[in-house]
Write a protein that binds this ligand. Structure first.
Ligand SMILES: CC(C)(COP(=O)(O)OP(=O)(O)OC[C@H]1O[C@@H](n2cnc3c(N)ncnc32)[C@H](O)[C@@H]1OP(=O)(O)O)[C@@H](O)C(=O)NCCC(=O)NCCS
Length: 176
């Protein structure tokens, strides 16, 4: 489980006992032999206090899984899989306190630990909050739904964003 004890993020990000059951459901699905996910999956949660604290409230969550979607790989030549980040969510009361930023830093650390060069995620093109969050975390657009897709199907356009990981994330303390 990331991050390790002694890491600056240790107090904020850890795995809670009640999220384990949710994680098990995810693991069962993502580790299915026919799943596109390549066998590594983590459910990373954020809690407001230290692990020793009485308060066990989960305030944010994100999933990280090994993936190898060929459309994404086409945009990232030279790699055969990447860490796919999804399900980012922070409890409304705790928003704008860098919880999501710290969760993304934990994803960076997970990618390094698991030997991935790139992290990839998706967002709606018009989702200003998510786009700003990911841009600040170093993600750049690598693909976008064609315009006809949204016009024809009447769906919101999605963008695919990627970030090349850097070992320096281990030395980074989240700026509050
Ligand atoms: C998007 C979301 C995950 C952000 O979580 P958060 O913990 O509040 O994000 P952070 O505090 O780490 O924000 C980092 C930066 O992202 C940007 N940002 C985050 N929320 C924003 C908002 N509502 N409006 C504008 N910018 C926002 C800001 O630039 C912010 O830095 P700042 O507060 O110094 O200005 C949270 O609002 C959420 O759970 N939304 C609902 C689920 C969702 O949309 N998930 C993303 C799906 S792709």
């Amino acid at each position: 489980m990331l991050p390790q004890k002694g890491d600056p993020m240790h107090c904020l990000v850890n795995l809670s006992y009640f999220i384990v059951s949710i994680a098990f459901v995810h693991i069962k699905i993502f580790l299915h032999p026919f799943s596109e996910c390549c066998g590594r999956y983590a459910c990373i949660v954020a809690m407001p206090g230290c692990q020793q604290s009485e308060d066990k409230e989960i305030v944010g969550v994100v999933d990280a899984a090994a993936m190898a979607d060929r459309h994404v790989l086409k945009a990232l030549p030279g790699i055969d899989e990447y860490l796919y980040i999804s399900g980012m969510a922070v409890v409304p009361k705790y928003r704008r306190q860098k919880v999501a930023t710290v969760l993304l830093q934990a994803c960076d650390a997970t990618a390094i630990e698991w030997g991935f060069e790139y992290l990839v995620l998706q967002a709606y093109e018009d989702d200003k909050a998510a786009r700003l969050l990911y841009a600040k975390a170093g993600y750049v657009v690598i693909a976008i739904d064609p315009l006809w897709f949204s016009r024809l199907l009447g769906r919101r356009r999605k963008v695919i964003l990627a970030k090349k990981v850097s070992a320096s994330v281990y030395n980074k303390t989240p700026s509050m």
